[in-house]
Design a protein around this ligand. Structure first.
Ligand SMILES: Nc1ncnc2c1ncn2[C@@H]1O[C@H](COP(=O)(O)OP(=O)(O)OP(=O)(O)O)[C@@H](O)[C@H]1O
Ligand SMILES: [Mg+2]
Length: 155
C-alpha cells in the first residue's frame, strides 16, 4: 500500500461512529455547545472558546498519555527542533483535563494542489503526516505522540 493509500484508508477508518463509552465522554462537551472538529483513535478535538485554539479530550488511557507527552514535547522543543510542534499545554475544561493546542488547518492528502512531495522533509518523521498550518502560516505537527523512532526524541 502506498503512503497515499495508507493515509486515505486511515481517514475512512476514522469515520467510524464513536462507541457508547466514547460518546459518554464527549457528551458534556457537546451539551455545553463545543463544536467537535475531529476525532482520532484516542482523542476528540473541539473548538475552544478562543478561535485560535482547540482542545483534545482523551477517549482512552492512550489518549491521556498522548496529551501528556505532547504537552511535554511542545514545552521542551517548541518549534525550534527538527520537527516544529504545535503550541500546546495541559488545561482544564468542564472539570476535565484536556490538551489546549493552537488551531491548525490539517494537511489532507486529498486537498489539491499540495502534494506530499512538496512538503518539507521533516514531515516523514510524523506519524501519518499529521501536520497542518497555523494561523501564522507555519507548518507544524499537530499529532506528535508517536514519532518515527529514528527522529530521536525521547518520550
Ligand atoms: N490543532 C488542531 N487544530 C485543528 N484540528 C485538529 C488539531 N489537532 C487535531 N485536529 C483534528 O482532530 C483530529 C483528531 O486529532 P488527533 O489526530 O490529535 O487525535 P488522535 O486520537 O491522537 O489521533 P490518532 O488516531 O492518530 O492517534 C485530527 O485528525 C484533525 O482533523
Ligand atoms: Mg491523529
Amino acid at each position: 500500500m502506498s503512503k497515499l493509500d495508507y493515509q486515505g484508508s486511515r481517514q475512512i477508518l476514522m469515520r467510524r461512529p464513536p462507541t457508547e463509552v466514547q460518546e459518554a465522554r464527549l457528551a458534556p462537551f457537546r451539551d455545553a455547545g463545543y463544536e467537535l472538529l475531529g476525532r482520532g483513535g484516542h482523542r476528540a478535538v473541539f473548538q475552544a472558546d478562543d478561535p485560535g485554539w482547540v482542545f483534545k479530550v482523551a477517549l482512552s488511557s492512550r489518549g491521556q498519555t498522548a496529551n501528556e507527552l505532547e504537552s511535554i514535547r511542545s514545552l521542551r522543543y517548541g518549534k525550534g527542533s527538527l520537527i516544529p510542534f504545535a503550541d500546546c499545554h495541559l488545561s482544564t475544561t468542564l472539570g476535565t483535563e484536556v490538551l489546549m493546542m493552537e488551531w491548525v488547518k490539517p494537511y489532507n492528502i486529498m486537498d489539491p494542489p499540495c502534494r506530499l512531495g512538496e512538503l518539507p522533509e521533516w514531515v516523514q518523521w510524523v506519524d501519518f503526516v499529521q501536520v497542518g498550518w497555523t494561523n501564522e502560516g507555519e507548518l507544524v505537527a499537530y499529532d506528535f505522540e508517536k514519532l518515527a523512532e529514528e527522529a530521536g526524541y525521547p518520550s
